[in-house]
Design a protein around this ligand. Structure first.
Ligand SMILES: Cc1ncc(COP(=O)(O)O)c(C=O)c1O
Length: 394
């Protein structure tokens, strides 16, 4: 059967993500590719204990259909989490989603008509690019520097595209660059969005895993007229297999969001919501997050030391204060060739081109530091250094 696909379905499906998950599951391969948290830190025993309690106390309830916006108690707990993140909100403004990925998809479905412009950091999260494109968006990239999206460039592009549908940003430890948007830029961005009447989709899966530098409030903190839609997730602070995330938005948006959440999957897995809620009641998640940040700080520092030791001297890399990624720029290197040479030596990364909607900055790539142990980081970066010398020398 030759299917007559909808316009948003690409002729050739990108294999970057599936290849990364495949390479990552081969034990011979040292993978700095996928954005995988460290599995040895998953709180398996605590989650198991929470699950047992949930089955004992609420067995029939959790196996039944439930409310589209999620389990009320968990939404209240998220209101508390948001307060810790300097955002005052109400239960009615919180919606539970099946990973923040689902919120990216639903928000896109609600806002994008084919041909609409979406403004994003350039580079940005590759799955968000795919989602926006699937709804027919034209993605316009805003250049970045070490302080995040350049707001002066954004203003120029808004003049060119005044009807842009929304601005997508990952202000903390951005995927893929690891960079963090400065506080003045956050304030400016909120003001620019407000003035132009363009909402902001703030994607914050990494903000809680800061191991250095000063805490910065989310854009949502500076938003007083409901223009910022905030997304976050339990994927990086608990476990991504739970597929549990949340959205915080103004009431007028929530009133419509509920319908689209219903259309997508009726509601997020009820059992998982109860388990995470029970976990949050029984365990101090801050202690757990501290274990994650200690481990990631160590791994990031080790990886940067190894880069400085084994990569050519003209290489530049970001210096993240949290999250899971380092962005590397190697002038003159062909990253497709480098990828192949590295793969032949059983080490993988993600070429920078995957993260650009249009023209990629050549010689760039993303390294993930959360998922490999010390020996793997040392050996993998050493192998990559050798491969870079080989490819640059060709
Ligand atoms: C920037 C960004 N947004 C969203 C997601 C999706 O997260 P979740 O597991 O909550 O769906 C990821 C996953 O890596 C991400 O890096």
């Amino acid at each position: 059967m030759k299917f007559r696909y909808a316009n948003g379905v690409p002729e050739h499906v990108s294999t970057v993500t599936s290849n990364l998950f495949k390479a990552g599951s081969d034990p011979k391969v040292i993978s700095f590719g996928g954005g995988m948290p460290a599995p040895e830190l998953f709180p398996v025993d605590e989650i198991k204990a929470a699950a047992n309690k949930v089955f004992d106390q609420y067995g029939q309830v959790v196996l039944q259909y439930s409310q589209s916006l999620g389990y009320e108690k968990l939404r209240k707990q998220i209101v508390d989490i948001m307060k810790e993140r300097h955002v005052d909100t109400e239960v009615s403004n919180v919606g539970i989603v099946t990973g923040s990925e689902q919120a990216i998809d639903i928000v896109s479905r609600m806002l994008i008509n084919p041909g609409d412009v979406v403004l994003t950091e350039d580079p940005t999260y590759l799955s968000a690019i795919d989602v926006f494109k699937s709804y027919g968006a034209k993605i316009v990239g805003i250049p970045m520097d070490e302080d995040g999206m350049k707001t002066d460039e954004l203003e120029k592009l808004i003049q060119k595209y005044p009807a842009a549908k929304f601005i997508y940003t990952i202000p903390n430890f951005q995927n893929p660059t690891g960079r963090t948007m400065s506080e003045p830029r956050r304030k400016e961005l909120v003001q620019i969005g407000k003035k132009a009447g363009i909402p902001i989709l703030e994607d914050d899966p990494y903000g809680a895993i800061r191991y250095a530098g000063e805490y910065l409030p989310p854009l949502k903190h500076f938003d007083h007229d409901g223009g910022v839609i905030y997304l976050s997730s339990f994927s990086k602070i608990l476990a991504p297999g739970l597929r549990l995330g949340w959205l915080v938005a103004a009431q007028n948006f929530m009133d419509k969001f509920i319908l689209f959440k219903q259309n997508a999957d009726l509601h997020t897995d009820n059992l998982t919501q109860y388990i995470v809620s029970q976990y949050l009641s029984d365990v101090d998640i801050h202690e757990h997050i501290k274990k994650i940040t200690d481990t990631y700080e160590h791994r990031a520092n080790l990886m940067m030391q190894q880069i400085d030791k084994y990569f050519p001297k003209n290489v530049r890399h970001s210096k993240p204060e949290g999250g899971m990624f380092i962005w590397v720029e190697v002038p003159g290197v062909n990253t497709a060739k480098l990828y192949q040479t590295c793969l032949n030596n059983n080490v993988v990364f993600v070429p920078g081109s995957a993260f650009y909607a249009d023209d990629a900055q050549p010689g760039t790539f993303r390294l993930n530091f959360s998922n490999m142990n010390d020996e793997e980081i040392k050996e993998g970066i050493k192998r990559m250094g050798k491969a870079i010398s080989e490819v640059v020398g060709q």
